[in-house]
Design a protein around this ligand. Structure first.
Ligand code: BES
Ligand code: ZN
Length: 653
């Protein structure tokens, strides 16, 4: 089924140039009938079962099958003194079932709502509303009485300083050190902490936004800057003309400057990091061209990256047109740009074709991890891609071991009901998902599989899809029509989608460059090779990471110190190598890293690095004392997403 597309023209400013564009806006049947799998795509055919009413999404109170938010007009004053966004939001509604839509149910968390109005006959009138019961994970429903015939609601509100989707930084937490900074992170269900909305990935909206910020700061949003001729000091206008799920709404405010990288690509960063960032990401345009060659046109107008302060809890976040990224990938040698490939890949898998519920998260991340590796191969060659596959497989094996007690969480189509979706987002979705796609590629041949994926994206563009939609599409568009290339036959798709662990037909692969590292490590451990004679000349980042990861548990502090004095691993400018090395140092009682470790934990907020480091510290009594002391000072600088995880680690759970 193809999503119906309506063309409309928009005038927008891109890279300082005013352009008029023909844009596709999705037809109303997209996400809804994907969820419903309805035979008749007409909206009125939607069935009002409780599940369908909830959009099939157990992480949202909203009932988009009754009335669906299609567009938002956002107006915010960004208050750095009080740490709040203060303003209004207008919601345009499409009534799906007139007789049922007596109320509009929205998601919220910690919002301070002062007034709700509905628009009738060209006038705004206050309308009754109430909060639903609070839920630990989901926040609170906002239930608005909807006068018959009204299709617009306006909410006046302010966010809480503790809004889970916003982080307010002091100047000292930025690169420049003299201006405050604000950024949002809405995935998975944090949009509701700064926008009352139908916070489900099955709902798609366009928006227009006005942001008022202190005169010396710049506001950016994932969207198009709509300030054609103006500039009224401290007022910024953005527009998202393509329909996106709320978890992709994003803003940041700080001392930000822009540098162009290619015709469609660029970097936003604090001035101190701008040229470094532009150099690190110099291959963006090449990556974009490579992805288009594989999976069809890039539909998001521009691809820019915003380099955030180091407290950002993730590596990257695929906010449309403006990926948010940690500065910890600025290695100086482009060695960590797989992250750029990953976030860019989401422009197809995730932002264009979106998981309809968080149980379908692997459709976002598994596809994206697979595409990321295809981009790396196209731009940097097969050897580099193969190394990254091997390192990814190591992550997966470790994740399966860590989840040994909870086999249900080793499944691609994961059950997350009653839980915070952030807790279900493991390497299973990423690496097991990617391996499954690699198996399909190997089974049916690259050309056939590439065409299949390209069609999948085209046929579901701007729609939200479930695992069962994919299962059916796979059956009819690949399994039933293509012939397996080898003797192994067709994969058992249902085992891949619904069973724990790794199926026996998982692709196996090796990397020659990493095998050489294994050999060097073995002969060093066996005493045949001296530290000074290790053949490290020309080793790349992946080889070093593999080497450090491979250091055996039995190693003592002495040989660790020898490695450090020979290769200065504690001084590594590559944060992946450094974090892996510091973890090994903690585990092996090597204290040469202590000072570097403390500086790292005090400044970096990326959860992927923090969690293993704190966990390693917590393994010994003296480590626990250190961990607690460091955490006490650092915790106020970490994002809530990181402290949620780390509080449990530090409590020894
Ligand atoms: N969309 C994710 C980040 C995310 C996942 C945020 C779940 C909130 C909930 C993003 O695309 C991602 O996967 N980032 C990775 C980097 C990537 C190279 C694996 C990260 O941040 O580590
Ligand atoms: Zn991702």
């Amino acid at each position: 089924m193809r999503t119906r597309e309506n063309s409309s023209s928009h005038a927008l400013v891109m890279g300082g140039v005013l352009v008029t564009l023909l844009l596709a806006t999705p037809g109303c049947e997209g996400p809804m009938d994907e969820l419903e799998e309805a035979a008749d795509p007409a909206p009125a055919a939607a069935v009002a079962s409780p599940d369908a009413a909830a959009g099939g999404d157990t992480h949202s109170f909203a009932r988009p099958m009754e009335a669906r938010v299609t567009h938002m007009n956002i107006d915010w004053t960004v208050d750095f003194d009080r740490h709040i966004l203060d303003g209004t939001i207008e919601l345009d509604l499409q009534r799906m079932q007139a007789e049922l839509a007596g109320e509009l149910v929205l998601d919220s968390r910690d919002l301070d709502i002062s007034m709700v109005e509905a628009r009738m006959d060209d006038h705004w009138r206050e309308t009754p509303w109430k909060y639903g019961d609070a839920d630990e994970h989901l926040g609170r429903a906002v239930i608005v009485q909807l006068p018959a015939g009204s299709t617009q609601v306006r909410i006046s509100y302010a966010t809480s300083p503790e809004a889970s989707g916003l982080q307010w930084l002091e100047p000292a937490q930025t690169a420049g050190g003299s201006h405050p900074f604000l950024y949002s992170q809405a995935q998975a269900i944090h949009a509701r902490s700064f926008i009352p909305c139908q916070d489900s990935p099955a709902v798609r909206v366009t928006f227009k936004a006005t942001l008022k910020v202190p005169a010396e700061l710049t506001a950016v949003m994932a969207g198009v800057n709509a300030d054609a001729n103006k500039k009224e000091t401290g007022v910024f206008h953005y527009e998202m003309p393509l329909a996106i799920p709320p978890y992709l709404i994003a803003l940041a405010v700080g001392d930000l400057k822009f540098a162009e990288v290619g015709p469609r690509t660029g970097v936003w960063a604090e001035p101190a990091l701008l040229s470094e960032s532009a150099a690190e990401f110099a291959d963006m345009e090449k990556m974009l061209n490579a992805t288009e060659a594989l999976y069809g046109p890039y539909r998001w107008l521009r691809y820019d990256i915003l380099v955030l302060p180091p407290s950002f809890p993730f590596g990257g976040m695929e906010n449309p047109m403006l990926t948010f990224a940690t500065p910890t990938i600025l290695a100086g040698d482009r060695s960590l740009v797989a992250l750029v490939a990953h976030e860019m890949a989401h422009s197809w898998s995730g932002n264009l074709v979106t998981n309809a519920t968080w149980s379908d998260f692997w459709l976002n991340e598994g596809f994206t991890t697979y595409i990321e590796k295809r981009i790396m191969e196209a731009v940097y060659g097969q050897e580099r891609a193969e190394m990254e596959w091997v390192l990814g497989r190591q992550d997966l094996d470790k994740q399966i071991t860590d989840l040994a007690e909870t086999p249900a969480d080793q499944v691609l189509h994961i059950d997350l009901s009653g839980r915070d979706p952030d807790d279900g987002m493991t390497q299973i979705a990423y690496e097991k998902g990617a391996l499954f796609l690699r198996l399909l590629e190997e089974t049916y041949g690259r050309d056939v599989f590439d065409n299949f994926l390209r069609d999948w994206f085209d046929d579901h563009a701007f729609a939200s899809v479930t695992t069962s939609t994919f299962r059916d599409y796979l059956q009819t568009h690949l399994l039933d029509t293509a012939t397996p290339a080898g003797a192994a036959g067709a994969p058992d798709v249902d085992v891949w989608l619904t069973r724990p662990g790794l199926p026996a037909d998982a692709p196996a692969f090796t990397s020659q460059a990493l095998t050489e590292v294994d050999e060097a490590l073995a002969s060093w451990i066996g005493g045949t090779t001296d530290t000074a004679d290790l053949p490290v000349a020309g080793w790349n980042y992946q080889q070093w990471l593999h080497f450090v990861r491979g250091l055996p548990d039995s190693l003592e502090a002495g040989p660790m110190a020898e490695l450090d004095s020979a290769f200065n691993l504690t001084g590594s400018g590559n944060n992946e190598i450094l974090a892996a090395w510091m973890r090994q140092s903690i585990r092996h009682g090597y204290h040469g890293v202590d000072e570097r470790l403390e500086r790292f934990l005090a400044s970096v907020g990326r959860r992927k690095f923090l969690e293993p480091l704190y966990k390693a510290l917590m393994e010994t009594p003296e480590g626990r004392v250190r961990a607690k002391a460091i955490y006490q000072d650092a915790r106020p600088h970490y994002h809530a997403i990181a402290t949620r995880t780390l509080d449990k680690v530090l409590a020894g759970d």
